[in-house]
Design a protein around this ligand. Structure first.
Ligand code: FE
Ligand code: FE
Ligand code: ZN
Length: 279
C-alpha cells in the first residue's frame, strides 16, 4: 500500500485534515505548521489532537510530512531572521511532538551571498540548538531547485549540513522530484543512477519522504515551478517508476501539484493505479 497525500489546510484543526485526507483517498498528508509566510501558529486543541492520533492509527496512515513556513531562513545574514527561524522551529517541533513520530520538513535556506560554507554552518547551528535526544519527530531537509542562493540544490550540499549535525539520527532528507530535476538530476532517464548517487553521497537510508511534483521546466532550469503529474517535463513514466521502486514506494509521497481537492483525488488514484500488483 502506497502512502500518498497532498498539502492540506490546518486552519480547521487536525481531525478536519484527517477526514479530508480520507475523502481524497490519501493515507498521509502535509500541512503548514503555521501560515506559510511565517507568522503566529494557532493554539492547539488537545481534544482534537487526541482524537486525531487515534484516527490516523486506526486508519493506517503513513508518516505525515509537516512543512515549515517558506520564509524561514536559518542561513540568513541577519541575526534577527536567524533568531526567528530558531524560535519557529522550536515551537513547531514542540507542536509536532503532540502527534509523535512524524516528519517536519524545511527548506535549508539561502546563504544570501555569504557563501555556502557559512550558510551550511548557520543551518547546522540552528538544528544543533533545536534537536533533542528524546524527541520523536524527524526533521527533514528538502532538496531544493537552486533558485538564487538556495542551499540544498545538490546532494553534496545536503550532506555538508548533515555532517555538521550532532544528533544525526534525528535528521533525514525529503526529495522533491521537481526540485531535483531543476537542480540537474535526470530522473526521467536515469532514476536508478540518481538514487545510486544519493546513496553514495548521503546514504539512501536518510531518504525519508518524497514531494511528488511534475515540473513546468526542463532539467537544470532552477526555476521551481511545479506541474500536475504527467503534464510536465518529468512525464507519467517517471512517476510509474517511482511508485514501483522497491525503496521509494515505501516512503510517504506528498503531492504539491497545482490542484484542488478533486485534482488531488484524481492524482492519488492515478498513482495508485500505476503501482503493479496493487490488489
Ligand atoms: Fe517545500
Ligand atoms: Fe517541495
Ligand atoms: Zn517547489
Amino acid at each position: 500500500m502506497l502512502y500518498i497525500g497532498s498539502h492540506l489546510s490546518v486552519s480547521n484543526g487536525f481531525m478536519s485534515m484527517a477526514r479530508e485526507a480520507m475523502a481524497m483517498g490519501a493515507n498521509t498528508f502535509a500541512f503548514f505548521t503555521r501560515n506559510p509566510r511565517g507568522g503566529k501558529s494557532k493554539d492547539v486543541d488537545m481534544k482534537d489532537v487526541k482524537e486525531f492520533n487515534k484516527y490516523i492509527k486506526e486508519n493506517n496512515f503513513g508518516k505525515l510530512v509537516a512543512h515549515a513556513p517558506y520564509t524561514l531562513n536559518p542561513a540568513s545574514a541577519t541575526e534577527k531572521t536567524r533568531d526567528f527561524a530558531l524560535k519557529v522551529m522550536e515551537e513547531d517541533i514542540a507542536k509536532m511532538e503532540l502527534i509523535p513520530n512524524n516528519y517536519y520538513n524545511f527548506h535549508p535556506g539561502s546563504h544570501v551571498k555569504q557563501g555556502l560554507n557559512l550558510g551550511t554552518y548557520l543551518i547546522a547551528d540552528i538544528l544543533n540548538e533545536t534537536l533533542k535526544k528524546d524527541m520523536t519527530t524527524t526533521v527533514l531537509l528538502e532538496t531544493m531547485a537552486g533558485k538564487g542562493t538556495e542551499i540544498g540544490k545538490n546532494f553534496e550540499e545536503i550532506k555538508i549540513i548533515i555532517d555538521k549535525i550532532k544528533l544525526n539520527e534525528k535528521v533525514g532528507v525529503c526529495l522533491d522530484t521537481c526540485h531535483i530535476s531543476d537542480g540537474g538530476y535526470d530522473i526521467v532517464n536515469n532514476l536508478e543512477g540518481v538514487l545510486k548517487e544519493f546513496d553514495k553521497i548521503i546514504g539512501l537510508e536518510k531518504l525519508k519522504a518524497l514531494h511528488i511534483n511534475d515540473s513546468k521546466n526542463e532539467i537544470g532550469s532552477r526555476k521551481d515551478r511545479h506541474e500536475k503529474i504527467g503534464m510536465g517535463y518529468l512525464g507519467i513514466e517517471t512517476f510509474r517508476q517511482i511508485v514501483n521502486h522497491p525503496y521509494l514506494k515505501t516512503l510517504p509521497m506528498i503531492l504539491e501539484t497545482p490542484n484542488d481537492f478533486s485534482g488531488y483525488k484524481k492524482e492519488i488514484e492515478l498513482l495508485r493505479s500505476m503501482e503493479k500488483n496493487n490488489i
